[in-house]
Design a binder for this molecule. Sequence first.
Ligand SMILES: *Cc1c(COP(=O)(O)O)cnc(C)c1O
Length: 456
Amino acid sequence: MHHIDIELIEMTLDVMKYVIGRVSATEHQIGKPKKSEELLALVGETVTPKGVGGEYAFNLWKEHLAKTNVPVDHPRNLAFVPASPTKAAIMFDLITSASSIHGAYWMEGAGGIFCENEAMKWIVSLTGLPEGAFGVFTSGGTAANLSAIVTAREHWRENPEFKREKGLIITSLGAHSSIKSMAKVADVDILLVDSEEHLTGDALMETISTLTEHQRKCLFAVVATGGTTNAGIIDELDSIAAVCEAENLWFHVDAAYGGGALVADSVRHLFKGIEKADSITIDPHKWMFSPYDCGAVIYKNMELAKNAHSQQGSYLEIFKDEGAHGFNPTDYQIQLTRRVRGLPLWFSLATHGTDRYKEAVERGLELAQIAGRLIEAHPDLELVREPSLSCVLYRRIGWEPEDYTHWTYENHDKGFALVTPTKWKNGDTYETCSRFCFINPDTTEKDIQLILETMV
Ligand SMILES: *Cc1c(COP(=O)(O)O)cnc(C)c1O
């Protein structure tokens, strides 16, 4: 006789009901934050010696807490880089949790890692990297960038001449903040080419020529961006690759946001040269419709990543044994214990097929073009620059920085939209402007119109 746990069944049904409601709803409010003290006043103490009970806690979540989060997949959430996980991926994220798979070693996670690798094969195929290139899913772009920088630096330091040197990397002003922070974590110096427009091989060469002899000795890598987070700008990857090859430098492409656009025929040519990279970062949780969190780091030469990241420990030896042999994701990035976070992406790809991904990304690109036309046709609005990938920077003529801030808060407060201001470097000055980033294919032209109409 099986013991039937009624409470467990009830909790499971409650959760499933909530999830079904969440994924099938057509209109959501954009939640707005409350202060921590206000939330505590609303829900009271919840972590107590006896517990408050699942039903009670779940009600607090539904009544008060859930409403203070901004769902990033709201069609009028065009701030930062939004997201839009497929329903298939969200449902399989639940399976991923319920399966308790340790995703570090094949020995324990063969089925899950196999699926992750099938999804990874597709991502790698989009890059055009040569045979032998492969990758692994990480917690996000930050962890992917760190894993790549450490791999590059360790490879460089194999040369005894550099063993005791602090390395140097060059990137551009448009590079993501995580490149600067991860350079700090890896203890390498960083030099920024001072332009937010796309970095070229010529500009890179010019910067290299200004280095001191010691700086040149310590320079080991260049980080180009495949779609800047602020403006969607793709560096001139082909000419940068040529410089890296001639100067014997590691070539990393950070395409955390833009990488999804590799699938789109209309813009694929802009990434020419990415196939020459030594490593690439792509975030499936940005433009590949995966739930949080899911990043990816890809290497031309997997052995170099393994040399840098494989962890040693007496209790880990069994995993490396012949009997357990297979692909061990922990060997190629900074994490040991890991969720098989590529598994939801695999299920979604298997469910929908890769053509649907192509269409959904093309729609994001199209929305940026539509927004551009609506802005140009509007008497009070102007484009700051042509839309690039799915990013649109535009100004409201006559507005001061505080007008943009006020406008953002007002739309957020009404639960209507989340569109945030940014800055664009214009010569020596920074201009505050408004920014759209499109990911969700369900955003409509009407949504864009309604948002622009609030800029009075
Ligand atoms: C978002 C982003 C990152 C950071 O990725 P996380 O997943 O947030 O850690 C890095 N680089 C670029 C270009 C990005 O757009």
